[in-house]
Design a protein around this ligand. Structure first.
Ligand SMILES: Nc1ncnc2c1ncn2[C@@H]1O[C@H](COP(=O)(O)OP(=O)(O)OP(=O)(O)O)[C@@H](O)[C@H]1O
Ligand SMILES: [Mg+2]
Length: 246
């Protein structure tokens, strides 16, 4: 589904170029829910922004399905962003002047196919994520957890190949975070969605199938979920502690 091969990315500031991603390789299988963790500044958002086609990278390949994203022109990248990727951000990025249902339909409106099938699909997603009762409300009048479940529904409305989420629970309390993670789990179970999520939160990450730990621009370790969610969280916390000590 997603293959990252030997990805290099550096930033240039006042004539100094410093590397942020130093040869990252990994893959995400269809239907997998994968988390990326690492300390602040380790390059997590940079990695997600490269996959999102928001920023250029110097070396390496990013393959989404069969498509090498590096080979696309501006128009092709815009098409991939709209049709093949779904996005969930820390600060929700909903449009204040649109209702919950209208926000969910934005990617279909952009594609000019907000037809009956899209409206029914939006209803199905809102049912699934427990936000159908607030479908006509506006973002200012609903909770953070409800806003983020609306954003998850929006990310799914085009049936994307991959959902990219950068700190989706970063602004939420633990109860709302759980509801958002549950929405991802349902997307995985019901729609076979593939999700790559950056998070600082070991609780959220402990629901994933696999966790990639980034340190100083390289992959320090990948951990497959084993045992219960609770024991996986313990296992993750130990690995993060170990990573900070080496
Ligand atoms: N546009 C930019 N120009 C220059 N340097 C940048 C730019 N964006 C990020 N950086 C630097 O690259 C490094 C990695 O940043 P990135 O945002 O990917 O980290 P992160 O792991 O997402 O951190 P956080 O957990 O705080 O969100 C940091 O040192 C950051 O200061
Ligand atoms: Mg970040």
């Amino acid at each position: 589904m997603l293959q990252i091969k030997n990805l290099y990315k550096s930033y240039e500031t006042s004539k100094t170029r410093y590397p942020v991603l130093k040869g990252i390789s990994f893959h995400v299988e269809p239907g997998e829910f994968v988390a990326v963790m690492g300390s602040s500044g380790s390059g997590k958002s940079t990695l997600l922004n490269c996959i999102s086609c928001y920023i250029p990278y110097e070396k390496g390949n990013i393959l989404l399905g069969e498509q090498d994203l590096g080979e696309l022109d501006k128009e092709g990248l815009a098409k991939v962003r709209n049709e093949k990727l779904g996005f969930v951000f820390q600060d929700f990025m909903l449009l204040d002047g649109l209702s919950v249902k209208e926000n969910i339909l934005i990617p279909r409106i952009i594609r000019e196919n907000a037809d009956k099938e899209a409206l029914d699909y939006a209803d199905k997603l809102m049912e699934l994520f427990g936000i159908i009762h607030i479908k006509d409300k506006y973002p200012a009048d609903i909770s953070g957890g409800e806003r983020q479940r609306c954003a998850v529904a929006r990310s799914l409305i085009n049936d994307p190949l991959l959902i990219l989420a950068d700190e989706p629970t970063g602004n939420l309390d633990s109860k709302s975070s759980r509801a958002v993670i549950e929405a991802f789990e349902k997307a995985k179970e019901e729609m076979n969605s593939t999700i790559l999520m950056v998070t600082h939160d070991s609780f959220s990450a402990s629901f994933c199938d696999r966790v990639i730990l980034l340190k100083d621009g390289v992959i320090y370790k990948q951990l497959n979920r084993i045992g219960s969610q609770n024991s996986f969280q313990g296992y993750l916390l130990d690995a993060i502690k170990e990573m900070s000590e080496v």
